[in-house]
Structures are given as C-alpha cells and as structure tokens.
Design a protein around this ligand. Structure first.
Ligand code: N01
Length: 530
C-alpha cells in the first residue's frame, strides 16, 4: 500500500517531528510525518503516569521559533504537567495545521536505502510504504520503554503498568496494594501520588537516587510578563549555557569555598529548588571531592526528612550526584514516612520472582494488586534500533552500532546517506533543554536539505573519517567529567547486553552550535555531497 513519495519522511510527531514538518513546509518541501501514537506530543503523549511533569521550567521548555505563540501561550505552573505540555503540542499542531500531513497509528518497522534511486523506502507495520529522498528520524531519546527481564514476571496476574506507556484513562489506585519497581525520575514523580491514593505502596529500589525539591508553584503573572517583555534575551542567554537553559551557574570551584560558604550555596539552591542545584559550583561534575560536598548535603537532608534512621540510610544514594540524571520531586522523601509505604532494598533482598499476587524478594512475599514498572528506557538508540534501518550495501544500522552508536555530530551516519537524526547520540540532546536543541537540529537539517536543492544535489553522506573524529572527540570530552563514571542510561548500563558508551555529547550546547555552524561555513565539512 503506497502512501506516496515525499521530499522528506519524518518519523515521529513529538516536538522534533512537529517542528521538522513546519520548517520543511516553509521551505517548500513535501513532507509526511509518520507517528506510532494516535496523537502528537511524543514522550508527552506516552508518559501519562501520575505526577509526570517536566523538570525544565515551563517558560524555557517551549518553542522559540514562533514569536506570537511564545507571547500568547500561558503556562500555569513553574514546572508544566504532562497534560499541559500535551495541550501545548496539540495547540502547536492546530495552529500550524500540521495534522493533515501526519499519519497516526502508524509504526515504521523498516527503512531501506536505494542507492541507485538515491531514496529511502520506509515500511510501516500496517503495510503502508513511504518513499522519501530524505528521512528525518525524530524518534526521541527516551521513547523506547524498557521492560527488563524480571524472573517470572509473566506469572503476575494483577494489573501491570509501565510509566513510559501509561493508559490514557485515569488509573485508580484507591484501596489497592501497589508495587513500584525503580527509583528513577518517573518513579520519584509518581510515588508520592500513588501513595496518596493506594492502600499500601511497596517501592523496590535497586539504586538509591538523588532528588531535589521542585518547589513547584503557580507562575507569578508579573514574572511571566517580565519574561515575555524580553523573551529574546532570555533565549539568547540560554544558548550561552552548556545545558541550553538560562541557568544561574557559578564557576567557582566548590573546593575553593569554605564549608560555611558551601553550605550556604547548597541551602540557597535547595530552597529555590530544581536542577539549578548542580550549578552551585563549577567543579561538581569534574572532581569527586567537590561532588562529595554536594552529595553529603543532600544525604543530610534525607536524614532530616525521613524519620526512621535506618530507612533514611537505605534511601541515601552513595554514587556521584548528577552522574545519573538528577531528579526533581514534590514530597518524595517524606512519602516514606507514611505508615503504609514500604521500601525494599533489592541489594539486601534481591528480586527472586513473582506470584500471581505478589513480588518475591529476599525470601519474603510482598502481596500486591498492581505492579508499576518505572524501569525507564532503552535510551538514545532504542527507538532507532527497533526499526530495521539499512543503508548502503544493505548494511544494518544495528550492526554498525553494535559497539555503541557512531554518528557525525549526532546528525548523520556514515553509510546512511540522506538520513538525519534529530538529537541523535553524539549531540547534546538529553544533557540540555530539549526544545532549543531540537530547534537547532531541525533548522540545521532543513537548511541543509535546502542547500542541496539550491546546488542541484541529490545526496549527502557523513564521511567515515569525520564521523570517527567526532566519536573520538565525544569520548575524550566524556572522559573529563564524572558523568561518564556510573551505571546510568547515558552509558546504556540499564539495558542487558548494551555496549557501554557515553552517548550524548557533553561538550556543551554553545561549543556544539559553533561546531555545526563551522561545518556549514566550510561547505559542509565532513560530508560528501553529490
Ligand atoms: O528511568 P530510569 P525513568 N531491577 O532509567 C530501575 C527522563 N525523565 O523513566 O538505577 C530493578 O532513570 C533502575 O535501577 P538502577 C529523565 O531524563 C524526565 O525514571 O538501574 N530495578 C532505576 O531506578 C530520566 O533520567 C522526567 O539500579 C530496575 C529505574 O528502574 C529518564 O527520563 C520524568 C531494573 C529506571 O530509572 C528516565 O527516567 C521522567 C531491574 N531489572 C523521566 N531495571 C522529567 O522530569 C531498571 N530498574 C522531565
């Protein structure tokens, strides 16, 4: 069943896919977006678990390409909830009349390059075939849910949920005995709300995690008016920050401050709330001794909040703070003071299996009605590799990436001509505010396709040498920070058998933008154009 022939086929209708469609249309290209879900929004379409919200402040987690949208849209809270972000995505789709060029409920299963015709054929699970001169993979970084192989999971007969693939209708936990497996961001956001409803909650923790209070609140209209009166300056400042977030970052090394100064700085940021905590000093992610001072501060807060000292100790993380993605919460630690909430440390009591009505760990049976898997994603590469992507000489992307992803700038892959990745591995992506990063990539990609048209060229491909050099550079930069040192999804450690490679580019958004611009100025250096 032929869906048609397009200048570009875009896979995914999250924020990246929506903006790609807008840009390609504006440049006069024919484009089709193919989306597995029944609506737009990508990660915000799927992650509907209780408490899901963005940990980047709402005035910054928004598009900046559309001045009128920026002025007219009103976020209600400091950190937007999933339903509000989804409404925003829907609003953008309606405002730019995008849905007429999106095929929903259509999951792409393969993408095959035809060298002679210089085009891609994408085939969906429902049999629809799309021909595109270019493919834009807007498949997201955290969009392939990970259900680990837990022993005997299939025996569990109660209700089972995954935070990354949550039902559309409200899940009612009242009167139920609930188990949550995992203590990452999704668990930390959902646990307080599940606990508020459930008869009992048992949390199964493998690695204790750091979280900073959000201090979420309705947005002050005077603050919003100030932001809107000079949005451009805020956006410009944000682009000078490694994270792409207008952020109060102190370059002062923690180890040069006195203990009193450090305590004051951490306290002030803890009271303000959010990811900004890690901006207290410049060396927190560079030196273990510096990092320890911030980690000690958070461990002390856990001891203060959690009444039972033994429980507090089990909840205290021992690894580097900020090595795994820092979490932002509302009432997480305090939830463990509730008499109906229990913590099971899987290190002391390993997970043994499941019965129809129970989780078994450390020789004990924990009877539950509902099981919530907050076990994360096959990050950065999972969504791409769940598609059978074949480039020149029928080479499989899965083979090329068997030892970890290899990509030039996280934008293009040698051997896979005319295929672009938005926020792909090797780009700043998940280490930044995703919205500006997505916009920068989509603009680079669409400008590139327009450049090829102007020059009458049909094909672009990353050079193997340039890709190699970029992968090496990524590895070198990653090696300078503590972030590459722990078992996180950044390095693929959460997926059995996945190669351990630090996947996002950690050199910072400004350096990355500069590199992308230099490549263009030098005539698409590192690419072969034909
Ligand atoms: O997933 P995670 P997530 N047995 O991978 C545990 C973004 N996000 O969905 O740490 C037992 O962080 C695992 O344990 P361990 C954000 O970037 C953003 O929470 O591997 N446990 C861990 O505790 C975030 O980082 C927001 O030892 C197992 C948990 O499951 C990313 O998405 C909100 C296990 C998985 O945590 C992923 O977050 C939510 C096993 N076999 C998510 N396998 C915002 O605020 C895994 N675990 C924007």
């Amino acid at each position: 069943m032929d869906a048609g022939r397009f200048d570009a086929v875009v896979v995914g209708a999250g924020f990246a896919g929506l903006y790609a469609l807008i840009r390609l249309r504006r440049l006069g290209f024919s484009a089709r977006v193919v989306e597995a879900g029944a609506g737009v929004g990508g990660t915000w379409y799927w992650n509907r678990y209780p408490g899901a919200r963005c940990d980047v402040e709402s005035v910054q987690y928004s598009y900046q390409f559309d001045d009128e949208l920026e002025q007219s849209w009103n976020w209600s809270e400091r950190y937007a909830t999933q339903p509000e972000i989804l409404r925003y995505a829907e609003h953008v789709a309606a405002r730019h009349d995008l849905k007429r060029d999106i095929d929903f409920d259509t999951r792409i299963k393969s993408a095959i390059w035809d060298e002679a015709a210089a085009q891609w054929t994408l085939t969906a699970e429902n049999g629809r075939r799309y021909i595109g001169r270019f493919v834009v993979m807007a498949t997201g970084c955290l969009s392939a849910p990970n259900t680990p192989k837990l022993p005997g999971l299939e025996k569990f007969a109660g209700r089972r949920f995954h935070t990354g693939h949550w039902p559309h209708e409200k899940v009612d936990f009242s009167g139920r005995r609930v188990a949550v497996i995992g203590t990452g961001s999704s668990a930390i956001q959902s646990i307080p709300l599940i606990a508020a409803e459930a008869k009992s909650l048992t949390v199964f923790q493998r690695t204790a995690n750091y979280t900073i209070p959000a201090h979420n609140a309705p947005l002050d209209p005077a603050y919003v008016a100030r932001v809107k009166s000079d949005y451009k300056t805020l956006r410009r400042r944000a682009k000078t920050m490694p994270s792409g977030i207008d952020f109060d970052f102190s370059p002062q090394p923690a180890l040069e401050a006195t203990p009193v100064e450090r305590e004051r700085a951490y306290r002030e940021r803890w009271d303000r709330g959010g990811l900004i905590f890690m901006g207290a000093f410049g060396d927190l992610l560079l030196k273990k001794e510096a990092n320890d001072t911030a980690a000690d501060f958070v461990r002390a807060r856990i001891s203060e909040i959690v009444k039972d000292p033994a429980l507090a100790r089990t909840l205290q993380p021992t690894n580097v703070i900020g090595c795994k993605r820092l979490c932002v919460d509302t009432g997480y630690w305090d939830t463990f003071n509730k008499p109906h909430v229990k913590l099971v440390d899987l290190n002391a009591r390993p997970l043994e299996g499941f019965d129809a009505d129970a989780v078994r760990a450390g020789g004990e049976r924990f009877e539950v009605d509902d099981l919530v898997l907050a076990t994360g994603f096959d990050a950065m590469t999972g969504a791409m590799l769940r598609i059978d992507i074949r480039g020149k000489a029928d080479a499989k992307l899965a083979d090329k990436w068997a030892e970890g992803p290899r990509s030039y700038l996280g934008l293009a892959i040698a051997g896979f001509p005319n295929l672009f990745t938005v926020t792909g591995p090797g780009s700043p992506s998940v280490l930044t505010n995703m919205l500006p990063t997505i916009e920068q990539h989509v603009e680079w990609i669409s400008d590139c396709i327009a450049h090829l048209r102007r020059r009458g060229l049909a094909r672009i491909e990353a050079d193997t040498g340039a890709e190699e050099a970029w992968v090496d550079h990524n590895r070198t930069v990653a090696g300078t920070t503590l972030r590459s040192t722990c078992s996180s999804w950044y390095v693929g450690a959460n997926i059995a058998g996945k190669s351990r490679v630090f996947m996002p580019y950690i050199g910072g958004f400004p350096a990355y933008i500069q590199k992308c611009e230099d490549v263009v100025k030098a005539g698409y250096e590192g690419f072969a154009l034909a």
